[in-house]
Design a protein around this ligand. Sequence first.
Ligand code: ZN
Length: 509
Amino acid sequence: MFQVPVIDVTNEQAIFEGEGFDAVVVVTPKLADVAQQEISLLAAHAQQIDKRVGQQATLLFAPGLAGGRLVIAPVKNIGDYTDVRVYATAAKEGINIAKEAGANKPLLVVAHSQEERFKFASQVAALACGQALWQPLETREAKQLTAPLTGIGLLVSDPQADLINALEAGRLLARDLCGTDPERMSAINFAEYCVESFKDSGLEVEVVDDKQTLLTEYPLLSAVGRSSFDVERHHPRVVKLAYTGEGEITRTLLFAGKGVVYDTGGADIKIAGGMAGMSRDKGGAAAVAGLMKTLALLKPKGIKVIAQLGLVRNSIGSEAFVTDEIITSHAGTRVRIGNTDAEGRLVLTDLLSHLREQAINATAPSLFSVATLTGHVVRAYGGYTALVENVVAKQQKVAEKLYQAGQQWAEPFEVSHLRPEDFEKVADKNGAADVISSNNAPSSITARGHQYPAAFLLKASGLDKHGLNHNIPLSFTHIDIAGSATEGDPLYGKPTAQPLVALLQFAVS
Ligand SMILES: [Zn+2]
């Protein structure tokens, strides 16, 4: 077990002694606002000899406090446009100092302002500790690492640990699935890792591994994986997951996750060093798997959540699919391949078509695709996640609700809009196919490069027919996480598991 459990602490006395805590980590924008006078007094004294106290994260010798250690992690740069992520940044610095100082069980004290935007600062700070303490699965397996701390106390007035621990369990799974090298986390191994993680979880789990079934049921996904069929251990997989809450089901959420375990670009091969880091092209499937883990632990009532993860390696070889080919999707749409490096939308199309069939008979369905889809979203929005919704989702304010949840839980979104031009862009030029998957230039230099793929997904999956005037309108929101799936180093940075927390909040709201 690598997860560090968060423990609710409702008794302030724990700051001094008891319950085995051996450091106090204070996260606050203003030392004077810390309710525990002993802490603000200690900090005020320390400031007289060290001007860094309150300016940057520092460790103070604090006899009388748990473990004799007081870490002050100041929340900096709060302005009109700041959101709760500043608390996450401070908490990461604070927990790292406590760990490096030798603490095994720190107590986190978050003293935040009462502003609405910082309402969940304590929970966000606790989640940030999990992010800060994560180590890559390869490292853990090679060095047999165990959890870096025995626990983290969180001083709260209402219990939060069940929620935070369930979220962190999901985030840990998502980071491991996303961040691991393409052989250790091949499609087959990704599927097995899911099966193992969901053993005894109560989730329904099914892995599609039969080649003929993949070819028939997931023709576009199989085209992406055509070259990978040459190598047994690189074969594609589809993982189907379902969570059914207790009681009467009043909502159904359906997720398609892009799990391209390695993306060479295919015949449109990535050149000039552009391939490194492409084992992270599975962040969408990873985040959805993580969300299912969190749901299985929290067991929210009254909702059903269905997921399909498309796991495939976009290899290059003599069998590789090429541009100009016309392939019929699971929905019966004839798709011309515009660029083999625009493979994620092909994988999602078949998954969404299967989910569409399930959504038709479901109670109050909302469909989603989650994917590291385009370079354009990174160019347009930097590290932010984009939401692109169809007209039905817009009427139901899906993106607006997700946006609000993201703001409050440190997983911010940008909302993009579908326009008529996006549908014109995916019309096949000579009419031989129903739709073309993409143009043949990098998305980062293509106008509307992250919006128009949503038009493609709608048309190729058959969801476009379920508009406002259909007797079964279907809500669909495409989520592009290419800019937010990892943080730090652009190629090998730490996976973030975004937007798992915001999706969970949306699911249970
Ligand atoms: Zn690609």
